[in-house]
Design a protein around this ligand. Structure first.
Ligand SMILES: *Cc1c(COP(=O)(O)O)cnc(C)c1O
Length: 230
């Protein structure tokens, strides 16, 4: 199947998953994950209505930026080294993967220098994996509180990547459920500059389940573009 058919099928599944839990499909953003994907394929996806793409490497994003600029929104979704912030700060609409205060502080400084504020999500390591980035849930509220003091960083919600092996399992469900609980708990506290507008979770293997648990950003790569060639 080609990119248009893949997108159509995913949209249908998102619609059905949203309906099944009484949610509106309009509130769910499909981010096309374009890491390793060539620009011709990205343009094809954008022409099929993909309005936001996700990239996970600063250098790759910079290489593709001339093609993508103005075509679609760009979310940064990978681990961002502090020294790379300066390369992406003027190119992305959101950094979904903020996983340390040091990174948030650098985003604050670099955003301020170009007179903008940056929308960010806090990445949560919900599976407590040593190999993964993201803050642990027990540290999340302190992390958000510290970030909320940064004037050029706008906290918009939470993001997570589940442990690979937990897709399709009850474990995966419990992680999604836990994320949703954190999301609504924090939202209900209504703290200054801690907005819980977006819950970004769910990838090719588990986005329908994520929607069941309140995801309103799903990040899909393989399902749209096929297997990645690294
Ligand atoms: C690669 C990636 C995705 C997409 O994964 P697929 O399984 O290909 O849909 C989503 N989120 C992040 C952070 C990624 O790095």
């Amino acid at each position: 199947m080609g990119i248009p058919e893949n997108i159509e099928e995913i949209r249908e599944k998102i619609t059905n998953a949203a309906k099944a839990c009484g949610r509106s499909v309009q509130e769910i953003t499909l981010v096309g994950v374009t890491k390793t994907v060539d620009t011709a394929s990205i343009i094809e996806a954008v022409n099929c209505g993909i309005a936001t793409v996700g990239e996970n490497k600063a250098q790759e994003l910079c290489e593709k930026y001339d093609t993508l600029a103005g075509l679609c929104k760009i979310h940064f979704i990978g681990h961002l080294q502090t020294n790379k912030v300066k390369y992406v700060i003027d190119k992305v609409d959101m950094i979904e993967s903020v996983d340390s205060l040091r990174l948030a502080q650098e985003i604050d400084v670099r955003a301020g220098a170009i007179n903008r504020s940056m929308d960010i999500l806090a990445e949560v390591n919900i599976g407590k994996e040593r190999s993964k980035h993201g803050v642990l849930e027990e540290d999340l509220e302190d992390f958000l509180k510290n970030m909320s003091k940064l004037s050029n960083v706008k906290i918009r919600g939470l993001m997570t990547v589940l442990p690979v092996e937990s897709s399709f399992t009850e474990h995966g469900r419990s992680f999604f459920e836990r994320m949703y609980q954190l999301f609504i708990d924090i939202r209900s506290k209504k703290k200054d500059n801690i907005n819980m507008d977006f819950l970004s979770m769910g990838m090719t293997n588990d986005y329908e389940t994520a929607i069941e648990y309140g995801a309103n950003i799903v990040r899909i790569g393989t399902g749209i573009f096929g297997r990645r060639n690294y």
